[in-house]
Design a protein around this ligand. Structure first.
Ligand code: SAH
Ligand code: SF4
Length: 429
């Protein structure tokens, strides 16, 4: 999500405000850091970076410094107090106002702060792309109304708001006309998508997938992130009927213990989560899964943790975003007693990640010899004269080829596993 917002700020700076990008910070007239506050570490990094930029400003008093994103949204007062040399504080829902905020900062001597949540105005004001990449993010909803007990997102990005159906379809048509083959739908909980037009017709996430697939230029659809509680019947049907939808799903569970899930206020049990997985597998037998995990949530016992490990083995997750619980001020979980030693939390995290890595390696081994379809993403970073593509199961495969294959959907055969990377050969069809 932050990548998307950063790209949009770059587009505004270059297309509407006349700036050129530079890789040298000493050369820049405007420096903006886009921030994340999901865990504490990310937040502290912001202040140390700002300390460095302050030195640049001493030599170049006209330099304009901005802080955007969720740290800006949550800590606007602290930024103005601790770093008064910051000129612009821009929340995640006001990045489209960057041109006006910039103008105001030039005329005022104080930090200009705009961290409102003006609903969906953001997307109407962002510049349309004249050239698109083969794969593009498309935001369909923003914010979160789930209020898990550990999480800052509902406070920093606001509550769930969906974009009108036609705006999304127009944006996608424009991207496809300009060369996009893969769409990655973006939102905190994409499957909470809900749009009702003036006549009272309702579009949910599943229906949106069917509408999108009417555009024959779209070769692949991925989405991130979905929530286990928001799957509707049309989404299961979409997995049955729409081959453009990939056979891989990132579905955060956080913990395999019902006790911990309840304390996290996730709103489902392990059994309910497994029932979603079962329905998805019924609709799409070859589907694979990855997930998010929080390790060391306050009160998590060894027994709770081992339930998470068991669940990982049951579902055979082959990738994860897993982190040690980070206490976030202002969230309900911040007041829970957290007495587990750091070393124990680190051991649990390592054990969890090792378990998933070994499942992933087993799966990689088991697909050697299989045929697959890959969408080519770019040059391989490891091997010369090879490109990298992704299978529908989200496995990265290196195949012989050059840049001209980027964006092509190719039939390949998977031939070998070298350390962690898979190699394949193009099949002539
Ligand atoms: N809306 C999505 C995920 C958005 S946040 C979902 O809930 O399914 C991305 C991930 O960050 C979460 O899934 C969670 O694993 C992690 N996260 C959020 N708050 C955290 C915290 N306080 N400490 C550690 N990890 C956290
Ligand atoms: Fe945070 Fe929970 Fe919302 Fe995900 S669903 S963004 S973890 S509050």
């Amino acid at each position: 999500m932050n990548e998307y917002d950063s790209d949009k700020m770059k587009d505004l700076l270059s297309q509407k405000m006349g700036f050129q990008s530079t890789s040298l910070k000493e050369e820049a007239d405007v420096l903006i850091v886009n921030t994340c506050s999901i865990r504490e570490k990310a937040q502290e990094k912001v202040f140390s970076l700002l300390g460095n930029w302050r030195k640049l400003k001493k030599n170049k008093p006209d330099l304009v410094i901005g802080v955007a994103g969720c740290v800006a949204s949550q800590e606007s007062d602290e930024i103005s107090n601790r770093a008064p040399y910051v000129d612009m504080v821009i929340g995640p829902q006001t990045i489209h106002r960057l041109p006006e905020i910039y103008e105001q900062s030039l005329s005022s001597k104080k930090t200009v702060v705009d961290v409102e949540f003006p609903l969906i105005e953001k997307f109407d004001s962002l510049p349309k792309l004249s050239k698109s990449k083969f794969s593009e993010f498309v935001t369909i909803m923003e914010g979160c109304s789930k209020y898990c007990s550990y999480c800052v997102v509902p406070y920093t990005r606001g509550t769930e708001v969906s974009r009108p159906l036609n705006d999304i379809l127009d944006e996608v048509n424009n991207l496809v006309e300009n060369g996009t083959k893969e769409i990655i739908l973006l939102g905190q909980n994409v499957n909470a998508y809900f749009y009702e037009d003036r006549e009272g017709n309702v579009v949910n996430f599943g229906l949106l997938l069917f509408y999108l697939c009417r555009n024959k230029g779209i070769k692949r659809i991925r989405y991130t992130t979905s929530h286990p509680n928001n799957f509707d019947e049309q989404t299961y049907l979409a997995y049955e009927k729409l081959p453009q939808l990939v056979s891989h799903l990132h579905l955060p569970i956080q913990s395999g213990s019902d006790r911990v899930l309840a304390a996290m206020k996730r709103g489902y049990t392990v059994l309910e989560y497994k029932s979603v997985i079962r329905k998805l597998k019924k609709a799409r037998p070859d589907i694979t899964f990855s997930s998010d995990f929080i390790v060391g949530f306050p009160g998590e016992t060894e027994e709770d943790f081992m339930k998470t490990i068991q669940l990982i083995k049951d579902i055979e997750f082959d990738q994860s975003y897993s982190f040690i619980y980070s206490k976030r001020p202002g969230t309900p979980a911040a007041s829970l007693e957290d007495s587990l030693p750091d070393s124990e939390k680190k051991d649990r995290l390592k054990f969890l990640q090792d378990t998933i890595n070994s499942l992933s390696k087993n799966r990689s081994k088991s697909i050697i010899g299989e045929k697959a379809e890959v969408l080519v993403e770019g040059k391989s970073s490891k091997y010369e004269n090879m490109v990298t593509g992704r299978t529908t199961n989200n496995k990265i495969i290196n195949i012989p080829g050059q840049d001209n294959l980027v964006g092509e959907l190719l039939k390949i055969q998977i031939t070998e596993l070298n350390n962690k990377s898979l190699k394949g050969e193009i099949l002539i069809s």
